[in-house]
Ligand binder design. Structure first.
Ligand SMILES: NC(=O)c1ccc[n+]([C@@H]2O[C@H](COP(=O)([O-])OP(=O)(O)OC[C@H]3O[C@@H](n4cnc5c(N)ncnc54)[C@H](O)[C@@H]3O)[C@@H](O)[C@H]2O)c1
Length: 268
């Protein structure tokens, strides 16, 4: 696959867990990487980097942030379950601000960090594909579901292409039994992002982000054109994970694909 560097790529959520990883791994994919977050980003901008503090809930600030970029990796926002009010600005208004700024500035490709929590109420003994009805497990999952709808609308209406990656659990290693199925290694995440940036004619593609783990809940047949071929597996971590005390069989973390998120809240 040709991977001619973009002129300028924007990464939101650059101070976050995945943002820090991608800051390193996206070097080489762009002449300039514009890094943005509401939180402080360290270190300061290096060669071929720009660092911009921006609140995704601030429409004018996001408009300015997106000027001059060729593609956007939208990883910023609230990344765990919170009250609807806490999620509204960063995730729901924020994703609208990103798409609207992309339209106004002529950006043609967005990689959206969606989540398995869009389908979290499926059980762990079910296997689903990207056409399965969404079953959000949280206000957070609802916000990602809304983001996917935003992506679909902006493609149909304005031709802005998106790959929505329903990320499973992307951490250095799986931390519990559920993550033996949902784990996405950083190498496989990087491959998926490369495919999402460079594959032609993606329209709005929804792809599940999991490594080649022994247990597979998600079928990527509708994203086959990306050619995503994960290389890692959680198996090597199984002994350490299974040495942890086992939760009860009816614990949400053992029953639902979304794990503990299905039981979070209420918040009043
Ligand atoms: N890590 C995973 O396994 C995983 C799984 C599913 C989805 N995701 C998604 O991937 C993205 C990155 O995940 P992460 O694990 O790095 O999360 P993270 O919480 O570490 O990073 C998210 C970043 O967004 C920033 N942010 C929050 N509100 C903001 C606002 N109003 N304006 C600007 N920035 C704001 C935070 O400061 C933070 O640095 C998130 O969108 C998350 O929902 C991650």
């Amino acid at each position: 696959m040709t991977t001619t560097p973009f002129n300028r790529l924007l990464l939101t959520g650059a101070a976050g867990g995945l943002g820090k990883v991608l800051r390193e791994r996206l070097k080489g994919y762009a002449e300039v990487l514009r890094l943005s977050d509401i939180a402080p980003m360290a270190p300061a901008a290096g060669p071929h980097e720009e660092v911009v503090t921006c609140d995704l809930a601030d429409k004018a600030a996001v408009h300015a942030l997106v000027e001059g970029v060729d593609a956007i990796l939208h990883f910023g926002g609230v990344s765990t379950e919170h009250s609807f009010e806490d999620i509204l600005g960063p995730n729901i208004c924020g994703v609208f601000h990103i798409y609207e700024a992309a339209r106004q500035h002529g950006v043609k490709r967005i990689i959206f960090a969606s989540s398995n929590h869009v389908i979290g109420f499926y059980r762990q003994d079910e296997q689903i594909d990207a056409h399965a009805l969404r079953r959000p497990d949280s206000y957070y999952g609802l916000s990602k579901s809304y983001g996917e709808d935003m992506a679909s609308f902006y493609f149909d209406r304005y031709g802005i292409e998106t790959v929505s990656i329903r990320i499973g659990s992307s951490f250095p290693e799986p931390q519990n039994r559920r993550m033996l199925a949902s784990w996405l290694s950083y190498d496989d995440l990087t491959q998926l992002i490369e495919r999402s940036l460079y594959t032609a004619d993606v329209g709005h593609t929804v792809v599940y982000g999991a490594s080649a783990n022994l247990t597979q809940w998600w079928d990527n047949r509708y994203a086959a054109h990306l050619g995503f071929a994960p290389k890692d597996s959680s198996e090597r971590f199984r002994p350490a994970v299974e040495a942890q005390p086992a939760p009860a069989a009816d614990d949400p973390s053992m029953v639902y694909q979304g794990g503990a998120f299905v039981a979070a809240g209420p918040f009043n």
